[in-house]
Design a protein around this ligand. Structure first.
Ligand code: 5RP
Length: 234
């Protein structure tokens, strides 16, 4: 039985094949945030492909990924305003379904990730099979990034509508976790979302909501699922 880590590495190897074929001579490459992206970076370095990163312009979705790459000796990173045309974007997700809806934002970087995916020609998301569900919202709450001043308004709205939710607190200090954009995150327990667009529309109408962690199916995108007996591409 493969561990979650091994499943993610298995899917990372498949993503690496795509990277090598699309970006062998360097490209404008976007990278997301989180443990899977780190596994991907490690796999890439272990397999001797650090030259691809060094030949590329690497655009990251968070300071966290920028620091990780820097610590690995990769210095050609752009963490400011992104290019308006990215060749390939590689990331993970917290929950995905076969319609290719995703919940992201477990690492709090979904705003920049949404922007980077929309600027990217091709997108690859790497997950292990535990993140696959029949309908997003079944396993994970939906993170909502909010401007802190709007919290009382959003709280009132969620309470009135009967949603269960939690403020995401910082791990090793007091106060809410703040995103790289200086915003707060509220995790909303929606349950299975048959019509994710309805929830997006409802929530994004509240002033102060910056974005939700729901990613709608994207053109030119694949989700690579590392499974016990195979690798599935959705
Ligand atoms: C960060 C994200 C991540 O892709 C998502 O949280 C998955 O993280 P991990 O690979 O650590 O499970 O959306 O905002």
């Amino acid at each position: 039985m493969l561990s979650i880590e091994e499943l993610r590495i298995r899917a990372s190897l498949k993503a690496l094949d795509y990277l090598v074929s699309l970006c062998r001579d360097g490209c404008i490459l976007g990278l997301g945030t989180g443990s899977t992206v780190r596994f991907f970076i490690n796999t890439l370095l272990d397999k001797g492909y650090s030259y691809i990163l060094k030949k590329s312009i690497v655009i990251v979705s968070s300071i966290d990924t920028a620091l990780y790459l820097l610590n690995m000796g990769i210095e050609n990173i752009e963490s400011g305003l992104p290019r308006d045309s990215i060749d390939l974007y590689i990331d993970s997700a917290d929950e995905v379904d076969y319609r290719r809806y995703m919940i992201k934002g477990g690492g709090g970087a979904m705003l920049r990730e949404k922007i980077l995916t929309m600027l990217s020609h091709r997108k690859i998301f790497i997950v292990d099979e535990n993140k696959l569900s029949p309908t997003i919202g079944t396993k994970k709450p939906v993170p909502i990034e909010i401007e802190p001043f709007s919290y009382p308004l959003i709280k009132k709205y969620l309470n009135d509508k009967g949603y269960k939710y939690e403020i995401r607190y910082a791990k090793n200090r007091y106060g809410p976790e703040l995103t790289d954009n200086g915003n707060m995150i509220i995790d909303v327990y929606t349950g299975p979302l048959n019509n994710p667009r309805d929830f997006i529309t409802e929530i994004e109408l509240i002033p102060g909501v910056v974005t939700t962690g729901i990613f709608e199916p994207l053109n030119n995108s694949i989700i690579i699922v590392g499974k016990q007996n195979t690798i599935e591409v959705i």
